[in-house]
Design a protein around this ligand. Structure first.
Ligand SMILES: O=C(O)CCC(=O)C(=O)O
Ligand SMILES: [Fe+2]
Length: 355
């Protein structure tokens, strides 16, 4: 069981003792966001705030308390939507840095640099431009699969799980959008964990999976950009291997809740079982995500809306049902090396809800 974590067994911390979270779960919500209008969009995932401006939060005397409470809210609700943000990409970057730090990311984790980000790119290494125009030219949406499928659900993924130290939070602001279409969907990894029988859950808790983005090598060749082989936001994320082994079930260090952590985009193999068994298990887990619309939330963007999600315990999927231009800015921070704390609980268990 290489992924079970105890304080005194650093080797079990995904093998990366220097990529542990700095705080112990759960972080407590202090009430600083109670003054804002908020609405939960479904019982299990997604909360929308009206009238909350991140640029103002950055200037507030209670800045750190507000940001820590936002981290708790994002990690608890999976994804938070903030309408009509007046914020620059540089302010997004500053906010992302504070969010990840206040949520307890390891010292060694910073903002991610995507392996396909061009050296000297428009807004700096740590901001990805999500662009339908670039995508048409074969670039853009570089964190996603480029395989073409007739299933819209083929794109469900969690960001950069091929890195040994993957993402805690990511944020996307869409500033140019089609008249209709281009919605994004998120699904809750906590809720999918809660759909497993106790027997299946404890079986999966003993397993790891291999995540792999070697297809980015082809993409890099096609685009004519060399792959970024240097440090990509953590000293543990470097080189051109683009593969990592993570626990199938991980604990979110902010909530202390268990989540399923395999995704259609990058997870290729469950280890320690036969290839056939792995295929069946992965297909079953992916179906749980795509076929349970009551574990999902679908967001209809308006101009300058921003979404911030916790990549440790959600998946998301873009919708390519439009022909016009759709463009936005995205920042992705790195958290801890994924681990499973055997003492952690499921979301429903922690909230005293019936599984
Ligand atoms: O374009 C979208 O709706 C989502 C893109 C995405 O997967 C991301 O920003 O991580
Ligand atoms: Fe993504």
């Amino acid at each position: 069981m290489p992924t079970i974590i105890q304080e005194d067994t650093p080797a079990l911390f995904g093998g990366h003792s220097d990529a542990r979270p700095r705080l112990s779960p759960p972080l407590e919500y202090s009430g600083s966001l109670d003054a804002y209008d908020r609405q939960d969009l479904t019982p299990v995932i997604g909360t929308e705030f009206e009238g909350l401006q991140i640029a103002e939060v950055l200037q507030s005397p209670s800045r750190d308390r507000l940001i820590r409470d936002l981290a708790v809210t994002i990690s608890t609700r999976g994804v938070v939507f903030l309408r009509n943000q007046d914020i620059t990409p540089q302010q997004m970057r500053e906010f992302a840095e504070r969010l990840t730090q206040l949520a307890g990311c390891p010292e060694s984790s910073g903002l991610h640099v995507h392996p396909l980000t061009e050296e000297g790119s428009e807004l700096g290494d740590q901001i990805s431009v999500i662009s339908s125009e670039k995508q048409k030219k074969g670039g853009g949406l570089t964190h996603q699969l480029s395989d073409v499928s007739r299933f819209a659900s083929a794109g469900w993924h969690t960001d950069i799980s091929f890195e040994p130290v993957p993402s805690d939070y990511a944020m996307l602001k869409i500033h140019t959008l089609p008249k209709t279409g281009g919605d994004t969907l998120w699904a809750s990894g906590y809720e999918i964990y809660d759909r497993l029988s106790p027997e299946m859950a404890s079986f999966l808790e003993r397993l790891t999976a291999t995540h792999d983005a070697t297809f980015f090598h082809d993409e890099a060749r096609r685009l004519g950009n060399p792959l970024r082989k240097g440090t990509r936001g953590s000293p543990l994320n470097h080189g051109d291997e683009l593969t990592a082994v993570h626990p199938v079930i991980r604990t979110n260090p902010v909530t202390g809740w268990k989540s399923v952590y395999v995704n259609k985009g990058f997870t290729k193999r469950i280890n320690g079982v036969t290839k056939d068994e792995s295929d069946v298990l992965l297909a079953y887990l992916f179906n749980l995500v795509t076929q349970n619309h009551d574990a999902q939330v679908r967001f209809k963007w308006r101009k300058n809306d921003m979404a911030i999600w916790d990549n440790r315990s959600t998946w998301h999927c873009a919708t390519y049902d439009y022909a016009e231009t759709r463009t936005g800015d995205r920042v992705c921070s790195l958290g801890e090396a994924p681990y499973l704390d055997p003492q952690s609980k499921s979301r429903r268990q922690a909230l005293g809800e019936r599984p």
